[in-house]
Design a protein around this ligand. Structure first.
Ligand SMILES: [Fe+2]
Length: 435
């Protein structure tokens, strides 16, 4: 059966899986319908301003205090949190990886998580981690929540079914899902294997960027974000609940599924988004704007215009600028850029950046089109050109991204990525009038 979703970003949603399960006119009746318990899930401090205040009311079979027991510490050695200990000794440099092979060993969403970089500090709720996931098995009677931040899933291969406390979502390549801090969920691959990228955002929640003079439309439009309708499991089974908390992993056993929310209302909820519904805005005469014009979602900090993380995409679009160098220009950036390619080919790199691959251009490390892309773009006839079959993305953070041991040891780390710029020879000719 097709899953149902509620449209809108950050709406005050309401949904019930049984008729009349949602109390009307109040949040906490003396007795809730169907013998349910009322529980509030707060994603912001109670006192946050209205514009950023986020909470949902959950009407559930058992309160969450019954969904944990005595905890036991355990380790997921490949899932790192900031600040992690850096021992690999890899010198500074621009880095790029070929896609990581799909797994032979059995891996779930939890055991298949591989951290590439971390930034900031999970204890002070600043920064992020960039992960990849490699999955070929469902989480079996196993549920997870992350106290350290929200998770943005960006698949490049295979679909995922994500059953959460607030409902069920399915996503595939070119879609993303965002799972709020503290929300319990379980993940299963729908096509045997699944691979993708994850941004674990320790900071303020992702929100839509301001549009300024662009106005009320385009970029990511609110109605294209989809939140699941209420769905619940009334299942008495031995289940394992795993919690990530300040970079540590804790497990506890319970005797029922914690996905027992029959109805809920509020604005703290998971959502998905199809990146192909992003309406790009760009140059229509010459030059091109900064890549921030492609920001889908931004996680702000207290400093205006300075994101903890921006999620930026480079989607299919037309290039029409006259007398302009059309690919991204050369630059150095205070922000640190982790890139991935979901499908197709990225316009600044003709070769070497494959779907499922990654690159890392850290704080104040120069980068830009490779020699091949430069030559082509400098001499091309500037007709209107459609960039088809391309969907790259960037997790861009104000904080430097530190590489994990896993990322440094990956066999797919390209040994000499900076050589892609070696062909950019001196073209300077000081003779007056030369162009
Ligand atoms: Fe850049």
């Amino acid at each position: 059966m097709a899953l149902e979703y509620l449209p809108g970003f950050g709406n005050d949603f309401e949904t019930e899986a049984l008729p009349g399960a949602l109390p009307q006119g109040q949040n906490s009746p003396q007795r809730c319908p169907y013998g349910l318990y009322a529980e509030q899930l707060s994603g912001s401090p109670f006192t946050a301003p209205r514009g950023s205040n986020e909470r949902s009311w959950l009407y559930r079979i058992r309160p969450s205090v019954r969904h944990i027991g005595a905890f036991r510490r355990f380790d997921l050695p490949f899932w790192k949190s900031a600040p992690h200990v850096v021992e690999h000794g890899l010198p500074l440099g621009q880095l790029r990886w070929d896609p990581v092979s799909l797994p032979d060993e059995q891996l779930t969403f939890l055991t298949g998580m591989r951290t590439m970089t971390t930034a900031g500090d999970v204890y002070s709720q600043t920064g992020m981690a960039a992960h990849i996931y490699l999955i070929n098995a469902p989480m079996q009677d196993e549920y997870f929540y992350n106290a350290d931040g929200e998770l943005m899933l960006v698949p490049d291969h295979g679909r995922l079914r994500i059953a959460t406390e607030l409902g069920i979502m399915e996503i595939g390549p070119a879609e993303i899902a965002v799972l709020p801090r503290g929300l319990k969920f379980t993940v299963a691959p729908l096509d045997g294997t699944a691979r993708g990228y994850i941004c674990e955002n320790y900071g303020a929640k992702f929100t839509l960027p301001e549009r300024g003079p662009i106005g009320a439309n385009c970029l990511a439009n609110s109605r294209d974000f989809k939140t699941p309708v209420a769905a619940f499991e009334d299942r008495d089974v031995k289940a394992r609940v795993v919690v990530k908390w300040c970079g540590q992993f804790h497990e506890t056993m319970i005797n029922h599924s914690p996905l027992d929310v029959v109805a809920w209302h509020g604005n703290y909820a998971p959502y998905k988004y199809d990146l192909r519904t992003f309406s790009p805005v760009g140059a229509i005469l010459f030059d091109h704007p900064d890549p921030s014009i492609f920001t889908v979602l931004t996680a702000p900090t207290g400093e205006a215009g300075t994101a903890n993380v921006d999620f930026v995409i480079f989607p299919e679009r037309w290039l029409v600028a006259e007398h302009s160098f059309r690919p991204p220009w050369y630059h150095m950036n205070i922000m640190s850029e982790f890139m991935g390619l979901i499908y197709g080919q990225y316009d600044a790199k003709e070769h070497g950046f494959a779907p499922g691959g990654m690159s890392l251009h850290n704080c104040m490390l120069p980068h830009g089109p490779d020699a091949e892309a430069f030559e082509k773009a400098s001499t091309a006839e500037l007709k209107p050109q459609k960039l088809s079959n391309t969907m790259a993305f960037m997790f861009e953070t104000r904080l430097p991204q530190l590489l994990t041991q896993y990322a440094a040891d990956l066999p797919s780390l390209q040994p000499d990525y900076p050589a892609c710029w070696a062909g950019l020879e001196k073209k300077f000719d000081g003779t007056p009038g030369v162009k």
